[in-house]
Design a binder for this molecule. Structure first.
Ligand SMILES: NC(=O)C1=CN([C@@H]2O[C@H](COP(=O)(O)OP(=O)(O)OC[C@H]3O[C@@H](n4cnc5c(N)ncnc54)[C@H](O)[C@@H]3O)[C@@H](O)[C@H]2O)C=CC1
Ligand SMILES: O=C(O)[C@@H]1CCC=N1
Length: 276
């Protein structure tokens, strides 16, 4: 039962808020059992605590040692500082979930002496609306119970897949960063509609509903994207003309390169930290 567990976030940025918002809106956690630690920016802590009814003011050390689950949500460059400060305060049986891009469970485990289950997770910001695509892989000391608890957390705010850790950077390039690619496409479609004379609000409504409908079609029909695409594409019709332009501009290739570049970047971020 997650509701009775104490959950702490180290790092109170976009990702921590997205996870927190999703969990609270699904009534999965008790706000009284949630704590946040953030560096320097106290106004951010106050803002987020007020917004979600969390209790401020506990001693950090007490909080870290007492939490059942700790979610690490700082930028990769800040991981070493966090681990040097808190790594040896973690207690046997705690679950330490990292959402940090590129950072291996092995590296995290190097800083943690006690029998703590380290689990690496790659969600996306759609946690905030309960629709994250989240991949999970356990470190070598992670217990089955820790993996189950992690799955429980993230399946309450989206879909979960278990992957081998060697796939985590790829997942990061695809679904971790993925929402940004989709938003980029939405921006492009909206702006195309506006250029062709639509009111911005109309262009936005039509674009977003098209995206939502297409996602639901993929989920509910179980058909492949290529099959659904063919159903839209009348021979000699409008869609064919549009798709021809996408092919000419090598949009599929661009998507592939985007995923690969993001994957490479995740790998670099991990290597940078490992070399310190
Ligand atoms: N934003 C996204 O879409 C996703 C982000 N991630 C990962 O989540 C992590 C956090 O990303 P964001 O939330 O976007 O970053 P962010 O910059 O919004 O938040 C990071 C927070 O960590 C705090 N922080 C830094 N050093 C700290 C320390 N020593 N102790 C306590 N707090 C500290 C900062 O003050 C900041 O509030 C990153 O490692 C990223 O790779 C993973 C999946 C998706
Ligand atoms: O841009 C980033 O580095 C993070 C990781 C996945 C999504 N955002």
């Amino acid at each position: 039962m997650l509701k009775n567990k104490t959950i702490g976030f180290i790092g109170a940025g976009s990702m921590a808020e997205a996870i927190l918002k999703g969990l609270l809106s699904k009534n999965m956690v008790n706000p009284e059992n949630v704590f946040l630690i953030n560096r320097k920016d106290q106004s951010r802590l106050s803002e987020i605590s007020q917004k979600y009814g969390l209790i401020l003011g506990r001693q950090k050390a007490e909080y870290i040692a007492g939490a059942d689950i700790i979610i690490l949500a700082v930028k990769p460059k800040d991981v070493t500082e966090v681990l040097q400060r808190w790594g040896n305060r973690l207690q046997d049986g705690q679950i330490f979930i990292s959402v940090v891009a590129g950072i291996s469970t092995e590296l995290l485990e190097n800083y943690i002496q006690n029998r703590v289950s380290v689990v690496r997770v790659m969600p996306n910001t759609s946690c905030a609306v309960g629709l994250s695509a989240t991949a999970i892989s356990g470190g070598k000391r992670a217990t089955n119970r820790a993996i189950d608890v992690t799955c429980e957390i993230f399946s309450s705010i989206g879909s979960v897949v278990l992957v081998n850790e060697s796939m985590m950077d790829t997942v990061t390039g695809l679904s971790g960063s993925g929402p940004a690619y989709i938003y980029y496409m939405v921006e492009a479609l909206e702006s195309a509609g506006v250029s062709a004379g639509l009111h911005p609000q109309t262009a936005r409504l039509l674009t977003v509903q098209t995206l939502l409908g297409a996602a639901q079609m993929l989920l509910k029909t179980g058909k492949d994207a290529s099959e659904l695409r063919k159903e839209v594409t009348s021979p000699g019709g409008t869609t064919m003309a549009g798709l021809k332009a996408l092919k000419e501009y090598q949009v599929a290739e661009a998507m592939k390169v985007a995923v690969f570049k993001a994957k490479e970047r995740a790998n670099e971020l991990g290597k940078q930290l490992a070399s310190l």
